[in-house]
Design a protein around this ligand. Structure first.
Ligand code: PNS
Length: 165
């Protein structure tokens, strides 16, 4: 039987504990999970971490978990799914705003690639309010983000913001 591959796509700037929970839960639905950092060369929005740094952090976070890998992709998610032979996209849904945005993307992806299914998972309630955007903002302003990210990510944030975490 061929390997069932699921994609967990996102910006992951940086990966949070909420993301980590969704990625690990995805293992119940696939043999292999690819955490896929989507980006475009024209991206005007500058993040905290480069794409290469985001991928490296994801690899560190899941080191030793052989069914989880990290990669970066440009262009359409549906094209990347075809390239990887993935049949499933898995996303976490935290808020109604997430639902509206994610459902629209899922339906557009379905229209382009009818064999690709999107599965929405409920988040860990303890992490359901966490977003990478707010983690970056809090860290940049000197707040403590240790409850929201893993120790390797915390250390990397500390280096970016000059000691504050
Ligand atoms: O963490 P984010 O910002 O929700 O991640 C969004 C991402 C990268 C998963 C999404 O923008 C995406 O799939 N981009 C690839 C380009 C694409 O396929 N766009 C059309 C979606 S319908």
């Amino acid at each position: 039987m061929s390997e069932r591959i699921a994609l967990c796509p996102g910006s992951f700037d940086p990966i949070t504990l909420g993301h980590q929970d969704i990625v690990r839960r995805t293992l119940a639905f696939a043999d292999r999970v690819v955490v896929a950092v989507g980006h475009s060369p024209q991206q005007s929005k500058q993040g905290m971490f480069t794409v290469a740094e985001r991928v490296a952090l994801i690899r560190e976070v899941f080191a030793g978990e052989s069914r989880i890998e990290a990669d970066a992709f440009q262009g359409l998610l549906v094209d990347y799914a075809r390239l990887r032979g993935a049949g499933l996209v898995v996303k976490g849904l935290r808020t109604v705003a997430d639902f509206e945005y994610e459902m629209q993307m899922a339906l557009m992806n379905r229209a382009q690639h009818p064999e690709l299914d999107t599965l929405f998972l409920a988040p860990d309630p303890a992490q359901s309010f966490v977003s990478a955007t707010l983690v970056r903002q809090i860290a940049t302003l000197g707040g403590d983000v240790s409850p929201f990210v893993s120790p390797v990510v915390l250390a990397a944030i500390g280096e970016k913001v000059g000691g504050a975490s």
